[in-house]
Design a binder for this molecule. Sequence first.
Ligand code: LLP
Length: 433
Amino acid sequence: MPLLFGTAKFNEQEHLTIGGCDVVRLTEKYGTPLFVYDVAHIRERARGFKQTFNSLGVKNKVIYASKAFCCLAMYKLLEEEELGCDVVSAGEIYTAIKGGMSPENIEFHGNNKTKEELTYAVEHGVGTIIIDNFYEIDLLSAILKETGKQQNVMFRITPGVDAETHEYILTGQVDSKFGFDVTSGQATKALEKILADKQFVLKGVHCHIGSQIFSAEGFLAAVEKMLLILDEWKQTFNYTVDILNIGGGFGVKYTEADDPLEPEAFVKAIVSAVQGQCELLTYPLPEIWIEPGRSIIAEAGTTLYTIGSQKSIPDVRHYVSVDGGMGDNIRPALYDALYDGFLANRISSEATEAVRVVGKYCESGDVLIKNIELPPMNPNDLFAMTSTGAYGYSMANNYNRNLKPAVVFVENGVDKLVIRRETYEDLIALDCE
Ligand code: LLP
């Protein structure tokens, strides 16, 4: 039985349905490759975080990490679910505001925000800027002085926690391009600088230990380290934070082998660790913020591809090609990411053969699934690759001048196009003759 998420199931025609919509009909209407997002599942995950905090009576903010997937409709949905968002570029700020996100609920991250971007953020009333380095302290301060404004800020600390994940998405360790390091004293120096500057309203500190983390341990270690340094600052500078932001990185299920905690369990573990440490140190309980991206959007997304050519090399391998690939999902090529999938238009067909699912890009590394058991497939069959909602479309590109796919939101039997498929005209829109 394939791995199904949220509202996904099969109908009498043996077609996959998501959000009550038959995916065969969706692909007839919108073409392939097609990203389909199960809106009920997004809401459920968002509420899993938000409502658990609320039920524990803890002041909180759940801030969706836009980089996992964003578009106008996504920001509208976040507003409906009372989530904030984190952004890492002026482009994301622009999209968030256009999508109806209140600027005060936007949090701006990045290790090299440009002067233009910081100015844009200040001018548009972005709620919180997370200062990442000394260069940014000076740059932002100068911008604020020029405009005569004050700005809510936090600053990012690398607490020195090694979470178990791929090294490219590991961020909490000392040797990182992000944030102020604790052990060398940079974090304390940053605190002093920021506190001394009247342009800044310092709300608290932030850390993010990495991504696709399955258990609570790394977060608990981060909480412990963060509170130790906060307590030291309380003693030395009589400074206590209003907000402790623990970042994102909560893992999801891509294949049967993945076994992450549910959002509720992550929140409960973090809250109890913060409460426990605060009691131990008699530190005033801060507001707790988290920044889930993948864990809200990954499992809600399914990519539908049309099967095209196949190549069978006797005693070697059977290749099955689909009409997308590394342009709409670069994660297998970039991180060796594993995915699951199945035939979406006749589910009862028995999986009889181990095959390699590859894309149409002109590159041998364009592999979507290295090894998967599938039924014999015909051209025009539909292949559903599951749990593709995070860092798929958002990292999509036009390699080989292929068109970026369309994105559809489905809920209660209704489908809504939220990003149209690119056209050939779009491809040359920026070209100058
Ligand atoms: N907060 C900060 C400061 C981050 O840097 C990130 C992700 C998040 C939150 C959200 O992490 P999430 O909950 O989505 O794991 N492209 C990679 C992931 C890069 C993550 C970068 N930062 C991938 O496809 O796995």
